[in-house]
Ligand binder design. Sequence first.
Ligand SMILES: Cc1cc2nc3c(=O)[nH]c(=O)nc-3n(C[C@H](O)[C@H](O)[C@H](O)COP(=O)(O)OP(=O)(O)OC[C@H]3O[C@@H](n4cnc5c(N)ncnc54)[C@H](O)[C@@H]3O)c2cc1C
Length: 263
Amino acid sequence: MNIIVLIKQVPNTSDVKLDPKTGNLVREGIESIINPDDLHAVETALRIREVLTGTVTVMSMGPRQAIDAITEAMGMGADRGVLLCDKAFAGADTWATAFTLGKGIEKIRTYDLVICGRQAIDGDTAQIGPQVADFLGLTQVTYVYDLEKIDVQSMVVKRRVEEGSQRVRCRFPALVTVLKEIGKPRYPVMGKLIGACRDKAPIKIWNAADIGVVTSEVGFEGSLTHVVKTFAPKFERKGELLEGDPATAVGSLMGKLRENRLI
Ligand SMILES: Cc1cc2nc3c(=O)[nH]c(=O)nc-3n(C[C@H](O)[C@H](O)[C@H](O)COP(=O)(O)OP(=O)(O)OC[C@H]3O[C@@H](n4cnc5c(N)ncnc54)[C@H](O)[C@@H]3O)c2cc1C
């Protein structure tokens, strides 16, 4: 069973701050981590490999520093990693990101299952998994929280839907996006981490030419959407001091709350 896990390196914060002048994400002073959902995706792949044997490959598209995320996943037990890294990939919207990841996956060729996290904590769109599946023409099952049964040909999973759950059987090749309930991720093992840091051979870095794409298809140029302006909504607090004796102040407060339909 050959599994590819897509992992994204993200800033370690859910409190995303934007530079008011440039509209860009402020990354200074914020450490980078593997997107939390993606740790569960790696864990799922490792558990499947424990049962069915095979290989787990982690793949990321990002700047060179994303190699740290891949190294960490290899410390958890992944067999090898691929970083899609090229200046041409910068400024990608979700379509261009999914296209690039899809081309990277196509280059690997032999795989049965692609596993993604449900959502990245920075971009937050939850679009990449479904878009990669669509690009590769794969069966997709999203919001998976339980892997009930698996063999080399198919698996039975439970997925979250608005009204409850669905039990789904799907044949391979397929792509799934997983929720954190699927399983607690293991910690990286020191020995494996050191091995991944020392022996960079299992981590490949592929540029645009390696995956057979040209600049106009990827990154900013290949994006179908472009951000015109980014801004954080402004919240203004208004304060009013109710003076006088407590009974009058409370009466006045109740009146204002009723007036504003708050009680
Ligand atoms: C119009 C537009 C313009 C943008 N411009 C820029 C820009 O200039 N610079 C910039 O940095 N970003 C930009 N982005 C954000 C960028 O497109 C997204 O961060 C990226 O496409 C991933 O989407 P997401 O973060 O919403 O991931 P989600 O769809 O929420 O992620 C779901 C899962 O997909 C996988 N995944 C997501 N991204 C990756 C990845 N890179 N590698 C491997 N696996 C991944 C992971 O498994 C993850 O859990 C732009 C987005 C839009 C919509």
